[in-house]
Design a protein around this ligand. Structure first.
Ligand code: SF4
Length: 179
């Protein structure tokens, strides 16, 4: 496909994880929007804080920001019985798949030519686990996924530097709060 006709959708979970990717893509002239679909984040006040911070950096780089539904019922049903799983376990498999499939669906329905995410950028995450879920979402909606490893090539340093420079809100947990 001609690059001029490309239109990408980037799933973001929080500002610190996405800021380096947003800056890199924006400065390269890539045509993209950021989507916030994170019904895993609890409580609501935390969700709102991360959403607003994410929107702030999108505004800074003149990137469209899309918020999808805060569908906690579906997230709860999808992860039912798995609340005692450790991070990187089966609950995360379901969480990643739910979010990436919904974003792929939205992308397909709204004329995007591909999608990606920053869900694996944190060193606390298992990148392969995120990529497996992304692969399923990509196949399910027949839409390309960009598997760039944003931790590499200075990505982690850029993330840290911009988080400090822009004084971004940086939470201390992933999103859900298992009992
Ligand atoms: S730890 Fe994070 S990725 Fe795993 S289930 Fe909870 S919110 Fe989702």
């Amino acid at each position: 496909m001609n690059k001029l006709n490309e239109k990408w959708l980037l799933l973001s979970c929080c500002a610190p994880c996405s800021v380096g990717v947003i800056q890199t893509w924006a400065q390269s002239g890539k045509n993209f929007a950021v989507v916030f679909f994170n019904p895993n984040i609890r409580p609501l006040s935390e969700y709102e804080k991360r959403r607003d911070e994410n929107k702030r950096i999108c505004d800074l780089y003149h990137v469209p920001f899309i918020e999808l539904e805060y569908d906690t019922c579906t997230w709860d049903a999808t992860t039912k019985g798995l609340l005692n799983e450790p991070e990187r376990g089966k609950r995360c498999d379901r969480c990643f798949e739910l979010r990436l499939k919904r974003v792929a669906q939205y992308a397909k329905e709204n004329g995007y030519t591909g999608f990606s995410s920053v869900l694996g950028i944190s060193r606390y995450k298992d990148m392969e686990q995120v990529n497996r879920a992304a692969q399923k979402a990509s196949q399910c909606y027949d839409l390309p996924y960009d598997f760039t490893n944003w931790r590499k090539n200075g990505g982690e340093q850029l993330r840290a530097a911009l988080t400090k420079e822009l004084n971004l809100y940086n939470q201390r947990y992933c999103g859900c709060k298992p009992k």
